[in-house]
Design a protein around this ligand. Structure first.
Ligand code: KG4
Ligand code: ZN
Length: 379
């Protein structure tokens, strides 16, 4: 089956087309087309503004879609009449997208696609709506069903990409991104129990905020990671000691805002922040975060019998965190570590297509009711 997936939950406009076959236990995927556009406009503001993200998605979806269709060799030009009125109703709150949509859609053939998948939450609602309405407009024109997908399930499903074997359940999943930090027990695909989550900032958010304090650009994760690697290479004595919040607490929750505040006060005291201080602080921050993540995951592995450990979310692009989890898993020979390929860790539509395949291959019915954006959608 061919699945077209659309992801617009935050500041990445992403579209993917995959061809999937096999059963959910032994899936095979071919990526026919895939593109992610990171909205650089947010760099100027050091964070993501929902309405700005919405406008960028509206502007970028059609050009990206055209690119992906061409890459997938599913793009053929031909002129049709289009029912503008119906489309205007669907895209009434996305006027910019409507304009591009009607210019485009009447000039191409219906591509050979079986299903459309779209992220319906969690995320920024104005941004989510753009993807949902785009999916609905395509569905209207081409008569293809649309499947709503939970973005966090997408991060879990990202480990299926380039994976040679099925995921074994029960699985423990640690999801660490810019908006979420969750430890999840997955009994099977679609059946999740959240064991713990952050009480304040998400891990990626902490990376971004600390980067900002250090005068580094957004998104901060990759920047901090680079400086921390330099500090590790230099191996100079440590100048700072940051807290490891909740590392010994009797639950699976996290808290990262205290580390950020500790960085703030330390930097205020120093005044003149040199490059060496930036490097050393980055290393100490990365260590503090990693130690907490490892400790909580270890505790969960001790308490819940899991056959797999799945890691997902943008922060798992971090080289140091990946290698510490690779070390941790050596103590659990019965648990298989499933790390997503680095190129699929930050937001993308490929993971949304993979999650859609999981649902479709189980033979789930697709609801025909209208899809709503749910900013706080739970797993
Ligand atoms: O999953 P994602 O792309 O978006 C959300 O769903 O939130 O995650 C983005 C987050 C950002 O906070 C970014 O700073 C962080 O992932 N990130 C990293 C690295 N690459 C991206 N954090 C630490 N180390 C990295 N190498
Ligand atoms: Zn994400």
């Amino acid at each position: 089956m061919k699945i077209l997936a659309i992801e617009t939950s935050c500041d990445e406009t992403a579209i993917s087309i995959i061809e999937a076959s096999g059963a959910v236990l032994k899936p095979e995927f071919k990526v026919l087309g895939n593109a992610v556009l990171s909205q650089i406009i947010h760099k100027e503001y050091g964070g993501v503004y929902p309405n700005l993200a919405k406008r960028e998605h509206e502007k970028n979806l059609i050009p990206i879609f055209e690119k992906v269709l061409k890459e997938a060799k599913l793009f053929t030009k031909s002129m049709h009449d289009i029912d503008n009125e119906a489309l205007e109703k669907i895209l009434v709150k996305e006027p910019e997208l409507f304009k591009h949509f009607i210019e485009f859609i009447g000039t191409i053939d219906k591509p050979d696609i079986d299903y459309i998948a779209v992220t319906s939450g969690p995320g920024l609602e104005p941004a989510l709506w753009v993807g949902i309405k785009f999916a609905e407009a395509l569905s209207h024109v081409w008569n293809i069903s649309v499947l709503p997908i939970n973005h966090m399930e997408g991060h879990i499903a990202s480990v299926l990409y380039k994976n040679t074997a099925a995921i074994e359940f029960p699985a423990l999943a640690l999801l660490i991104s810019g908006g979420h930090t969750e430890l999840v027990l997955a009994k099977k695909w679609g059946k999740y129990e959240i064991l713990g989550q952050t009480r304040d900032d998400a891990v990626g958010e902490a990376f971004d905020k600390v980067a900002r304090l250090l005068g580094l650009p957004y998104p901060g994760g990759p920047e901090i990671s680079k400086l921390a690697a330099i500090a590790r290479e230099k191996n100079l004595p440590r100048q700072f000691e940051l807290p490891r919040p909740m590392i010994k607490s009797d639950d699976f929750d996290f808290s990262f805002s205290g580390i950020k505040t500790a960085v703030l006060y330390t930097l205020k005291k120093i005044g003149d922040v040199t490059q060496e201080i930036r490097e050393d602080m980055s290393r100490e921050f990365e260590d503090a975060v990693t130690e907490v993540l490892i400790a909580k995951t270890e505790k969960a592995l001790e308490t819940h019998a899991a056959k797999s450990l799945i890691l997902g979310g943008g922060v798992i692009a971090n080289t140091h965190i990946r290698s510490e989890f690779e070390k941790l898993i050596l103590n659990y020979p019965d648990v298989r570590l499933n790390l997503p390929a680095k190129e699929i860790t930050t937001d993308n539509a490929l993971m949304i297509a993979l999650a859609a395949f999981v649902h479709l291959s189980k033979g789930e019915e697709i609801s025909t009711s209208q899809i709503s954006a749910e900013g706080n959608l739970k797993l």
